[in-house]
Design a protein around this ligand. Structure first.
Ligand SMILES: Cc1cc2nc3c(=O)[nH]c(=O)nc-3n(C[C@H](O)[C@H](O)[C@H](O)COP(=O)(O)OP(=O)(O)OC[C@H]3O[C@@H](n4cnc5c(N)ncnc54)[C@H](O)[C@@H]3O)c2cc1C
Length: 400
């Protein structure tokens, strides 16, 4: 690491990234590639939501009503993924990236109506989704149930294995001189009183600190825990827990599936993502009940619904059940860009990248690109809809 030592003995870097989930690591990789010295601070890198994620890069299948700005960001990020993977050094390219197609399936008549409505919305946005007969879907994936009500084909959505991506990013960052500090950030460091608000680094839980020209706060749900200037994020962030399963397909059933299968089963969304190591990821519930461990009912629901789409799921080995909280926001869009104070003035040295909710894997390359541009001094217009303080700024401008 090229970080020089500060007179106080605290290491100094161009950029300190708080949080080493997929978003923080992707930002750090982008910044070391722009020849900056970078320190990533995390007591448990890649152990948060990124550890649970299925890794679908599903800009088309995940279209949601009234999320147009988010859709544009998702489509841009999906385009950035191949180049990002090419940017990784030799020896760090094993990321589980797959361009296999996605099949979207419904079980009963109501599921068919819901998916037909979704397809109409996708068509209005110019997104390509092709209807298939159930027979055609089963020709592509013979292990699917014959009792489906509908099938659609999405060519554009792809997948990565987020655990592998994080591992490779850590290696890649290290290969360019970046470093990982295994500690928790507890507070932002500020310039002396009297100066304009300027963040100069972060204090760590072991009593040390990292001084940096820019601090990028990318620690998911932990962002508001740094207090002070970041306290307004507390009311913007919400944990949305998800249960997710990993199953091993026995040799005699391989390949169980080659496509990613997304379904709606009696109103419940479920997905089955085959990995090239012969495992299958089945996810994910979406709960705001505050239970941080795995919910028994969630595991039951996922297995029940996955079996309805592919009955042989009952014959697989269940190797892992995991639950993590997605860093959700009040409007489901990320909190991204330079933080502003209560007067709406940009705070020098402080950039926020959190709140990626259901799409943090997909969105990490575009988040990294935008953060690098902000650190370069640009104000990209694509960030206008995602100001990290948009909820508190709106409130402080309400007439009294
Ligand atoms: C079940 C499930 C399935 C999902 N599937 C998909 C999917 O298929 N596709 C997709 O795009 N997205 C998916 N997501 C969403 C995605 O996982 C998240 O949006 C993404 O992981 C967020 O990344 P992050 O780096 O912001 O946060 P995290 O991965 O939560 O990382 C935050 C990091 O910050 C660290 N940290 C916290 N506090 C501090 C502190 N004070 N100091 C230092 N470090 C700190 C933590 O240790 C952690 O490593 C899924 C999520 C879940 C739960």
């Amino acid at each position: 690491m090229h970080a020089a030592s500060h007179p106080n003995g605290e290491p100094r870097a161009d950029v300190a990234v708080v949080g080493g989930g997929i978003v923080g690591l992707m930002i750090a990789w982008e910044l070391v590639r722009s020849d900056r010295t970078v320190r990533v601070i995390d007591p448990d890198p890649a152990g948060g939501a990124s550890y649970a994620a299925a890794g679908m890069l599903a800009a088309v299948s995940e279209l949601h009503y009234q999320e147009d700005a988010l859709l544009a960001l998702m489509l841009e990020s999906a385009q950035l993924w191949p180049g990002l993977l090419d940017s990784l050094p030799e020896g760090t390219r094993d990321t589980g990236y797959r361009t296999a197609q996605t099949l979207v399936l419904g079980l009963d008549a109501a599921d068919k109506r819901a998916l037909t409505d979704l397809r109409a919305a996708q068509a209005r946005h110019g997104l390509e989704v092709e209807p298939l007969s159930v027979r055609e879907a089963r020709r592509i994936e013979p292990m699917l149930s014959p009792s489906l009500s509908c099938a659609f084909h999405v060519a554009a959505d792809h997948q990565v294995d987020p655990r592998r991506v994080c591992r490779q990013l850590i290696a890649a960052i290290g290969s360019r001189g970046g470093s990982l500090v295994r500690a928790s950030a507890v507070a932002l460091l500020r310039a002396e009183p009297g100066e304009n608000a300027r963040v100069t680094g972060v204090a760590l839980d072991d009593g040390s600190g990292v001084l940096a020209g820019e601090v990028i706060v990318a620690n998911g749900l932990g962002a508001s825990g740094l207090g002070g200037l970041l306290a307004p994020l507390e009311s913007a962030l919400r944990p949305v827990h998800g249960d997710i399963l990993r199953l091993r397909v026995p040799d005699r059933l391989r390949p169980l599936l080659t496509a990613t299968v997304r379904g709606v089963v009696r109103g419940h969304p479920v997905y089955l993502v085959p990995r090239d190591d012969g495992t299958l990821v089945v996810g994910a519930t979406s709960r705001e009940d505050g239970l941080s461990g795995v919910a028994a009912g969630g595991v039951y629901q996922l297995l029940r619904d996955a079996q309805a789409l592919a009955p042989a799921v009952a014959e697989l080995e269940l190797v892992e059940v995991t639950a993590r909280a997605r860093p959700g926001t009040r409007d489901n869009a990320p909190l991204l860009g330079r933080m502003r104070d209560t007067d709406g003035e940009s705070i020098a040295g402080l950039v926020v990248a959190t709140g990626f909710y259901r799409h943090g894997v997909l969105l990490s390359p575009v988040a990294a690109d935008l953060c690098r541009r902000v650190v370069d001094g640009e104000s990209p217009s694509s960030l206008d809809a995602f100001h990290p303080d948009r909820f508190s700024q709106a409130k402080s401008k309400e007439p009294v």
